[in-house]
Design a protein around this ligand. Structure first.
Ligand SMILES: N[C@@H](CCC(=O)N[C@@H](CS)C(=O)NCC(=O)O)C(=O)O
Length: 362
């Protein structure tokens, strides 16, 4: 068989991202729902821990982590245009938005799912895990399986104190993204790129598809719901025109929000990681949580876990930054200064790498 297989679920954040990318890339693929049997027979024996999406390549290689899936397919298929914008500053911005979509929009996505769509989510989890069971049995199974995901709320810092800030922030984000979409069909302009697929994860699987969240999005931000539907339908935009290497003014409020909310969490996480790494050996597995940090969203503060994986996505963005030529770096620095991201320029921590589907100290 020469198709890719995507093991995942409609209800899953990162499956949405991988599916949108695969559809856009136009490679042959089949999607197989990650039932209990798929976890038992395919995911656990290869990846070693329960996670989706997982991709099996036509050659039988197993890929996990959406960035690895995308990077692998981009390299092997080498089709045009690449998923990244081909101009250097926008390439960097696409990685920043990748980091934001993957690791920070998870906060509103998880809050709205588990605060407003809990029963629906249990039924969905159960139905995908065991399609042969009755709806009542599926609900009970979904409740058992979903507990692990709902349990991520304190890890993310979602609680009574932060919920008002998270909702204010998300609604403002929707307003900013809507304003951007008034003049640009996609995040970086006229065609879909990695940034759109990264945003699609949360904005489709949780914030559009979960019923109560979807109603909110359609009511407050019909333009964003329309973007979700366009990306979902495989719309590509105009791929004949190269990007101009400029960041549209309407994207600035989104990047500013990212820097205001996510950057302090990244800096605090990097400090804990540096402490951990100072006594760790090369090749040692990095704990998924490195201790506690304080996050702040729209003036609401809470304790959250220092999630090490964020530093892996950040490393991807910083690698692009450090690989720039001087004139591009000058423009990137000006951008970072404008959006409140100047601290990124000096951020330094021991390199991470992925080994056996886990993060290790390089
Ligand atoms: N960084 C990973 C994240 C994958 C992920 O967190 N997937 C969720 C479902 S959407 C999951 O299975 N999580 C299980 C866990 O984190 O323990 C990627 O991009 O593939």
């Amino acid at each position: 068989m020469d198709a890719y297989t995507l093991y995942g679920a409609e209800v899953s954040y990162y499956t949405g991202k991988a599916r949108a990318y695969l559809r856009w890339r136009g490679v042959p693929y089949v999607e197989q729902t990650a039932t209990q049997e798929v976890y038992r027979d395919i995911i656990l024996p290869t990846v070693g821990w329960p996670v989706i999406p997982v991709v099996r390549t036509p050659g039988g290689e197993i890929l996990q982590d959406t960035a690895d899936i995308i990077g692998h397919i981009e390299a092997v298929e080498s089709r045009d245009p690449p998923v990244w914008p081909q101009t250097p500053l926008l390439r960097f911005v696409s990685e920043l938005l990748h980091l934001y979509g993957d690791e920070w929009l998870m906060i509103p996505a998880m809050h709205y799912r588990w605060s407003y769509n809990e029963d629906w989510a249990y039924a969905e989890f159960g139905a995908l895990s065991a399609p042969h069971l009755t709806p009542e049995e599926q609900y009970e199974l979904g409740k058992k399986n979903g507990a692990r995901f709902k349990g991520a709320l304190p890890v993310l810092g979602v609680n009574e104190t932060t919920i008002p800030g998270i909702e204010t922030s998300y609604e403002a984000f929707l307003e900013d993204f809507s304003a951007h979409l008034e003049t640009h069909p996609y995040l970086l302009g006229h065609r879909t790129t990695l940034a759109d697929f990264a945003f699609f994860g949360p904005l489709y699987a949780h914030l559009y598809r979960d019923p109560t969240s979807g109603e909110l999005m359609k009511r407050l931000a019909p333009k964003v719901a329309d973007w979700v539907e366009r990306v979902e339908s495989g719309e590509r935009g105009d791929e004949t025109v190269p990007h101009e290497d400029t960041v549209h003014a309407t994207l600035m409020p989104i990047l500013e929000r990212q820097m205001r909310e996510q950057l302090p969490a990244l800096l605090a996480t990097a400090a804990l990681y540096r402490d951990w790494a100072s006594t760790a050996e090369a090749g040692e597995r990095v704990p998924r949580q490195l201790g506690k940090i304080t996050i702040e969203i729209e003036g609401c503060q809470a304790e959250a876990a220092a999630r090490s994986f964020q530093l892996w996505r950040l490393q991807g963005a910083l690698d692009v930054y450090h690989g720039m030529d001087e004139p591009t770096r000058t423009r990137a620095d000006a951008l970072l200064n404008t959006i409140g991201g100047a601290d990124l320029k000096r951020l330094d921590y021991p390199r991470l790498k992925r080994e056996n589907y886990k993060l290790v100290l390089a």
